[in-house]
Design a protein around this ligand. Structure first.
Ligand code: ZN
Length: 157
């Protein structure tokens, strides 16, 4: 008995969905639910900045190898945990030459972590890394990195 009920429920659902089928004529088709509700507490989509098309390879010929990759403390720590050579692994991943970049503040952050993170510090000082000087106050790296990537969206520095 229970089985029969379930089947019928499924059939009803299927019919409902088919009312939005694109094969139906526009006037017969059920409008998508998005436009019906206007909830003032809902997130306003317009406030989210649009991703510029230049961030995508298709539209941005400037975004190409060698890739300059901003690394943070966690990036280095996770490469150690995973026992991966950071520079080699990023090249294996992107099939292209990669230049990891490390900012003054990320370097300071790792230095502050002390002895336990000496391996991370040694990696950060690898000569294959590009050093990016910081002009901001303090050593809070997250804001610095976000600011850098929003300023140089097109991959050319
Ligand atoms: Zn910085």
């Amino acid at each position: 008995m229970g089985k029969q009920k379930k089947t019928r429920k499924y059939a009803t659902m299927k019919r409902m969905l088919s009312l939005r089928d694109e094969r139906l004529k526009e006037k017969d088709r059920l409008k998508s639910k998005k436009k019906e509700k206007k909830d003032p507490s809902a997130l306003k989509e317009r406030e989210v900045p649009q991703h510029p098309s230049c961030l995508f390879f298709q539209y941005n010929t400037q975004l190409g190898p060698p890739y300059h990759i901003l690394v943070d403390t966690n990036f280095i720590n996770f490469s150690i945990k995973a026992k991966l050579d950071l520079v080699q692994s990023m090249m294996d991943c992107l099939y292209a030459k990669c230049i990891p970049c490390i900012t003054d503040c990320v370097m300071a952050e790792i230095e502050k972590l002390g002895q336990k993170y000496r391996v991370a510090l040694r990696i950060a000082k690898d000569p294959r890394f590009d050093r990016l000087p910081c002009s901001h106050k303090g050593t809070y790296a997250d804001d610095c990195l976000v600011q850098r990537v929003t300023q140089h969206k097109c991959g050319h520095s």
